[in-house]
Design a protein around this ligand. Structure first.
Ligand SMILES: [Ca+2]
Length: 109
């Protein structure tokens, strides 16, 4: 399912604008601003699948760096610091990548 069918383009734009500056990314506020916090677990998992570009079942560090492009082609790349902080927040089992249940838990925590 395409991101545009799950989230509103104007919400995505507002959220991307809020974190336009390097090192300003805050995943909690971002998920709230794009409307994911209020979404069902099932729909959050659909967002995950749209972000898992190679359909490996995980969002790896390389995919996470470009995760904002999964929301909009205008999205910036995350810095290495932001990518690592995001991964650390989500990766509860410490395997170095984000699984679908870890992602859902991160959005709803
Ligand atoms: Ca992947």
């Amino acid at each position: 399912m395409a991101m545009k069918d799950l989230l509103k383009a104007e919400d995505i734009k507002k959220a991307l604008d809020a974190f336009a500056a390097a090192e300003s990314f805050d995943h909690k506020k971002f998920f709230e601003m794009v409307g994911m916090k209020a979404m069902s677990a099932e729909n959050v998992k659909k967002v995950f699948q749209a972000l898992d570009v190679d359909a490996s079942g995980f969002i790896e560090e390389e995919e996470l760096k470009f995760v904002l492009k999964g929301f909009s082609k205008e999205g910036r790349d995350l810095t290495d610091g932001e990518t690592k902080a995001f991964l650390k927040a989500a990766d509860k089992d410490g395997d170095g990548k984000i699984g679908i249940d870890e992602f859902e838990a991160l959005v709803h925590e």
